[in-house]
Design a protein around this ligand. Sequence first.
Ligand code: ADP
Length: 262
Amino acid sequence: SEARLRQSQKMDAIGQLTGGIAHDFNNLLQGITGPIELMRRRMALGRTEGMERYMDAAAQSARRAASLIQRLLAFSRRQTLDPKPMNVNERIASMGELLRRTLGEQVRLSITPGAATGAAFGDAAQLESAILNLAINARDAMPEGGELRIGTSAVLFDQAQAQQLDLSPGRYCAISVADSGTGMTPEVLAKAFDPFFTTKPIGQGTGLGLSMVYGFAQQSRGLVQIQSQPGAGTTVTLYLPRAHADESASPAGPIGAPPLPQ
Ligand code: ADP
């Protein structure tokens, strides 16, 4: 029945949310225990200089963990996460330090904010955890190091394109996260968004990272796409609806299309 279908969809969403939160919380704990372990090693060597960096890093992860728990509390109080306009370029720029630490010294990070990206519609905390999850996946795909390029651009989907993608036509903010890692075989790519699908050793992968990103895109009425080829790297592109329909989109977006006739 209709009610039963809705109930099962709700249970699905709850499972995805709690799994996603557990996954994120784990990542954040690593962001606290990691710097503490580094400080311990330095102190054992009698090197006490530059400790503030590690303390700041641990404190920032702790704050993010607290905000994650805020979201969990909000959920338990049945306050649904309402997507709000957010400045995507600013959000991503604010993550530079966290991303660099997550990726380590072997991976070169570049962040290229696009012009006219403006405000997108979504939950800012979820955007941050989506980007962090994508960066962790990229790092894991580049054990020998490599490059991670994060870029944003404004795109426009016309009627035909939107219909094909199962989206509303209009302007979107595209956020692409491109790595030079191992890439995925077609078999892995086909299952990549499935909850609990992982090719990583037990204890290293939960298989929830990409399903969380997928859930976030859905909740924001956007889209997430993966382009990947073994040996050629992976590009994940997240499309979030633009918050202001009257701002102009760059004609040089990845999917160039003329503006819609109003
Ligand atoms: P997890 O990272 O815990 O395994 P995800 O849902 O994030 O879970 O990813 C599922 C699988 O998709 C990974 O185990 C990996 O095989 C593949 N994958 C995800 N991102 C990448 C990437 N950037 N490069 C190569 N493979 C990837």
